[in-house]
Design a binder for this molecule. Structure first.
Ligand SMILES: Cc1ncc(COP(=O)(O)O)c(C=O)c1O
Length: 331
């Protein structure tokens, strides 16, 4: 990233040589990100992160239907940036169905199909849950959307680079991703939009035509380069980390939430008692969270944990542990 911050500070939209070099570097980054999900480079719209990508996907589709409004299907365990965007769209007159997950954390495809209406304009369900690690059957959601000629968007902030994604095989029309979830820079992400230029998506930021007219603003070249570099350098997982972690937690009493289909990096553990929690934290002063970082400041039980049926007391004894892709210290 440094050369694009220091040596070449040019605006990528400038016609001079330095500008053209910067634009070429962005083009390479866009290609590498597109390649990771089986998309075309022109279908990658850089944003400030997954929150903005999710806002662009939902509002961008809804604003196409401002006059007649319409119906959106999502789940009750989405990230707050989806839930709050849906609440905003409800305030404008759109209808939103919030599907509840099974106790395992998965949303049932049959529930998605049953929620369809004649005026449904969008299905938006995340790929991997940020608190539970549960992997949703997004290929089945995509197939339902495709069969019914409805757009399908998925928030893949927690799955990008960690799960295989092919937007064609999975019938995904829009997909959000974030740089800092894969150890890239903060403040950069992207929205994949199928046939972006012909999508009719309404931009949130009107500007000078950057990002195919879907997201105005001077291109943050170093961040765009950094995001593609993070994709390239994201380490392959080895089961060693999970084995090390299991060794550590086998001395405690807990239940893992999230069902059978979970990513190996995210563990949601409900400890048996407050005493077990205290012992765990004292013996292992790691950086662990109750719920997601975005909810950590509020004292209420996480909406995800209550949605899978945990009561207030169990939710308080539940910790989310994200295993890093690098080695956990043995001592
Ligand atoms: C599932 C999910 N969606 C969206 C976001 C928001 O991403 P960003 O911080 O890039 O806006 C996060 C991050 O916390 C997330 O876990």
């Amino acid at each position: 990233m440094k050369p694009w911050e220091v040596d070449n500070f040019a605006n990528a939209s400038a016609a001079h040589r330095a500008g053209r070099e910067s634009a070429q570097a962005i083009k390479n980054s866009r290609e590498r990100i597109a390649d990771k999900i089986g998309a075309l480079p022109s279908e990658i719209i850089f944003t400030s992160g997954a929150s903005e990508a999710n806002n662009l996907a939902l509002k961008g589709v809804a604003f196409k239907h401002l006059e007649k409004k319409g119906h959106i299907i999502t789940s009750s365990i989405e990230h707050k940036c989806i839930l709050n965007t849906c609440a905003f769209l409800e305030s404008l007159g759109f209808d939103v169905t919030y599907l509840s997950p099974c106790p395992s954390g998965q949303v049932k495809p049959t529930d998605v199909a049953a929620a369809l209406r004649n005026d449904t304009i969008l299905i938006s369900i995340h790929h991997v849950n940020n608190e539970l690690g549960t992997i949703q059957p997004i290929d089945e959601f995509g197939a339902i959307a495709f069969d019914n000629d409805i757009l399908f968007h998925t928030d893949a902030a927690q799955s990008f680079c960690k799960c295989d994604i092919d937007v064609d095989d999975m019938d995904i029309d829009m997909l959000s991703l974030s740089g800092h979830k894969i150890y890239g820079p903060k403040g950069i992400g992207a929205l994949y939009v199928r046939d972006a230029r012909d999508s009719g998506l309404v931009p949130l930021i009107h500007g000078g035509g950057q990002e195919g007219g879907l997201r105005g603003g001077t291109s943050p070249t170093p961040l765009m380069i950094g995001l593609a570099a993070a994709v390239e350098h994201f380490p392959k997982r080895s089961s060693e980390k999970e084995r090390q972690f299991l060794n550590v937690i086998q001395d405690f009493k807990w239940v893992r939430n999230g069902g059978e289909h979970v990513v190996p990096s995210t563990w949601s553990l409900t400890f048996e008692s407050d005493e077990e929690v205290r012992r765990f934290i004292q013996e292992h002063p790691w950086l662990i969270s109750q719920g997601s970082a975005c909810n950590a400041l509020s004292n209420v039980a996480s909406h995800v944990l209550t949605a899978i049926g945990l009561d207030e007391s169990s939710a308080r004894r539940t910790y989310r542990i994200s295993l890093p892709p690098y080695r956990i210290k043995d001592d």
